[in-house]
Design a protein around this ligand. Structure first.
Ligand code: SF4
Length: 239
């Protein structure tokens, strides 16, 4: 496959099948995977930006106990919201969540809309978060692309070029959109994120246990002896 073409239908089907089978056996049990509440999904996605799952888990429960709805969050005082967020850091995030809650109350009756254009009109909801809300909460056939997912798709289907270039990022969005299945969208997108977080990790991908190892463009290059992988740990991230 050239760097600018999309995976052919047979490759898409194989990727979906292998990914979902792997996810069935290995997917993580996370509380935001047991809800289709758009607000809960939003909270989890914002908390997970730049933050490890094990740090997010207790705060996710605390946050939802204190602010169980967008209305409750919208009614909270800004200082209280900032205090509740601690110690997650990147403190622009609680301010954005608060602003989204207030806007949803003012304009949408305390609900999050389901269409892409309206979601993107909220300050603080970008393409990734909109895709996550649409696919996880509303089960729409919507693509996602965060750092982990971009790394997986680049390695599996492209393998060469600059994964951070704008044109490549656009192309990876198109690849992600082409891969999303009609059914099991929720599982498929969650599985993509798990594969990037657990197996196709940035520095030392675990190609030997990866379901994509036979079809991945990068496996031969990245499946190096342990000594080589250890040397790469000190180098810059490649995705
Ligand atoms: S085979 Fe290796 S490089 Fe390819 S997706 Fe799996 S872990 Fe990533």
């Amino acid at each position: 496959m050239s760097a600018s073409s999309l995976p052919p239908p047979a490759a898409r089907r194989r990727f979906r099948r292998q990914l979902l089978a792997w996810y069935g056996a290995n997917g993580r049990d996370l509380p935001w995977r047991k809800t289709d509440d758009p607000y809960h999904i939003l909270v989890s996605e914002v908390m997970l930006q730049q933050t490890q799952v094990d740090r997010v888990l207790p705060k996710y429960h605390e946050w939802l106990a204190k602010y169980p709805s967008l209305e409750a969050l919208a009614a909270a005082r800004r200082t209280d919201v900032a205090k509740t967020w601690r110690p997650l850091g990147y403190n622009i995030r609680p301010r954005r969540l608060h602003a989204i809650a207030r806007e949803s109350v003012t304009r949408y009756g305390g609900q999050l809309p389901s269409d892409e254009e309206t979601l993107l009109s909220f300050k603080g909801i970008g393409a990734y978060t909109a895709g996550a809300i649409r696919s996880f909460a509303f089960r729409q056939r919507a693509a996602i692309l965060d750092t982990n997912v971009a790394r997986v798709l680049f390695r599996v289907f492209i393998g060469s070029g600059d994964p951070k270039a704008h044109a490549m990022r656009r192309h990876l969005w198109a690849v992600s959109a082409a891969l999303v299945p009609r059914k099991r969208v929720f599982d498929f997108n969650q599985a993509l994120m798990d594969l990037g977080a657990m197996v196709c990790v940035a520095r030392t991908p675990k190609c030997a246990v990866c379901p994509m190892t036979k079809s991945c463009c990068s496996a031969a290059e990245l499946r190096q002896p342990a000594s080589r992988n250890a040397a790469q740990e000190s180098g810059p991230r490649n995705a």
